[in-house]
Design a protein around this ligand. Structure first.
Ligand SMILES: [Zn+2]
Ligand SMILES: [Zn+2]
Length: 174
């Protein structure tokens, strides 16, 4: 039996509140309060650390990040609750991925080929512009597929198309 209970029993005759007073002066009570403060400090540090870890993944700005961490350190669990309410909803990695996707989409739109004369969007396999009739591509003499003016070899049949279109390719003759 802890000694404060024994003490309480011994002193119960003289003062009914003595046992209570004794308890609050006992080492047990000291230990309980110490543990309570210790747990509070641990909880505080854990909250601040969690806010720091989470904010680092969501906040790009160093000043805002510092404010978040300070909120966690100063207000502990309360700061954590406030932080979770006002924190940015998406992670930095997610945001970067979205931005990259947007960039790629814009690039694809920019790369869409257009008629050099009337700027009508044209498909890769058009031979002439459907709007102004300007010639966009020639055809391969060997396989008849559309060919870009800059190409040296037909990618479909390996025919050499550099310069004037030869009726029979050098590869075919070899
Ligand atoms: Zn055109
Ligand atoms: Zn060809």
């Amino acid at each position: 039996m802890p000694h404060w209970i024994l003490a309480a029993a011994a002193n119960s005759d003289s003062n009914p509140f003595q046992s209570v007073l004794d308890f609050f002066q006992s080492p047990t009570w000291h230990f309980i309060t110490l543990m309570f403060y210790f747990l509070l400090v641990v909880l505080w540090i854990a909250c601040a650390y969690w806010v720091f870890k989470d904010a680092r993944r969501r906040v790009d700005d160093k000043i805002i990040l510092a404010v978040c961490v300070l909120t966690g350190i100063v207000f502990g669990p309360l700061g954590l609750i406030v932080y979770t309410i006002v924190r940015p909803p998406e992670l930095l990695a997610e945001r970067r991925e979205q931005e990259l996707e947007m960039q790629m989409m814009e690039q694809r739109l920019g790369e869409e080929s257009r008629c050099s004369f009337c700027k009508t969007p044209v498909r890769d396999d058009y031979l002439v512009c459907p709007t102004c009739g300007r010639r966009l591509r020639t055809t391969c003499a060997s396989c008849g597929k559309p060919i870009e003016p800059s190409w040296r070899v037909c990618p479909y049949c390996e025919t050499d198309v550099h310069g004037a279109l030869p009726p029979v390719s050098a590869y075919d003759r070899a």
